[in-house]
Design a protein. Structure first.
Length: 280
């Protein structure tokens, strides 16, 4: 796993690149690809030790599919879960996780699904140019607030293979009404309330873009989620169905925003099984 600096809108932002288990690259190679893509020489790369406990060690050569993991939260709340990257890496995908601008020493300011969307799109463009990446199979997953970034990136990057929304916000105005504890942050970051600038909340709501999504969508949501109400997932599923989109819904009956370990492992397994199914 590598913690690296890359460019987005000219800003130096942070992200994590995790290779499939058993595969390694010298830091110099990662630095060379960053330099070649962004034409900047001093983008930092740090290799991180990963305590992955699996037995599979043989990884075939070839072109790899990619999953871009869009974290939830903002700032230090909900930072990239490197344990998730480790869990994902045993499923035959390269994993990339943007930290979002303004976080972990990155430049700029996270706008909760505003200009920080470019951090995902820039990562997509960098990954698509790597010699060991199958650019036809780059997918994106958004957890919680990350669903905003993931959905908008899937709309902008027309070649995105698949989209996963895990416990994801689908209507940010609804979140503003439901999560009184988040209102102060939302007004500060977005610039006002839903009553003052409703268009800014619409722009950040995945449900706004259902007709613009052109890849298959998987929605995963717990019925007892009190951080992002289950109705976000159910409503997004219904709207996508009405729009005639290819959508699958995995419901976790009786579970909340964060799943217990065994259920979490099953959810990851099912997610990658869905990602690996060919698109008709």
């Amino acid at each position: 796993m590598y913690h690296l600096t890359y460019l987005s809108d000219g800003l130096r932002v942070k992200g994590y690149l995790c290779l499939p288990y058993g595969w390694r690259l010298p830091i110099s190679a990662v630095q060379e690809w960053l330099q070649s893509h962004y034409r900047v020489k001093d983008l930092q790369v740090t290799e991180l030790a990963c305590p992955i406990h699996v037995t599979r060690t043989e990884v075939p050569e070839g072109k790899w599919p990619v999953l871009i993991y869009c974290r939830g939260g903002i700032g230090r709340v909900g930072q990239v879960k490197t344990t998730w990257l480790e869990d994902f890496s045993v499923h035959g995908h390269i994993i990339f996780a943007p930290s979002y601008r303004g976080t972990e020493g990155g430049e700029g300011r996270d706008q909760f699904g505003g200009s920080d969307i470019e951090d995902v799109c820039s990562a997509y463009q960098f990954l698509a140019g790597l010699p060991f990446v199958d650019e036809r199979r780059i997918s994106v997953m958004g957890f919680s607030r990350g669903s905003i970034n993931a959905t908008t990136a899937a709309v902008r990057m027309k070649q995105m293979y698949k989209l996963v929304l895990w416990g994801g916000v689908s209507d940010l105005a609804q979140t503003y009404e439901e999560r009184i504890d988040l209102r102060r942050m939302l007004k500060r970051v977005i610039g006002g309330s839903t009553g003052k600038i409703p268009e800014a909340y619409d722009m950040r709501s995945p449900i706004t873009y259902v007709y613009d999504i052109h890849c298959p969508v998987l929605i995963m949501h717990g019925t007892e989620d009190i951080q992002v109400d289950y109705s976000h997932g159910a409503g997004m599923f219904r709207r996508l169905q009405e729009a005639g989109k290819d959508v699958t819904f995995h419901t976790f009956q009786g579970y909340g925003h964060h799943l217990p370990p065994a259920v979490h492992a099953m959810a990851i397994q099912n997610m990658f099984a869905w990602l690996q199914k060919p698109v008709p």
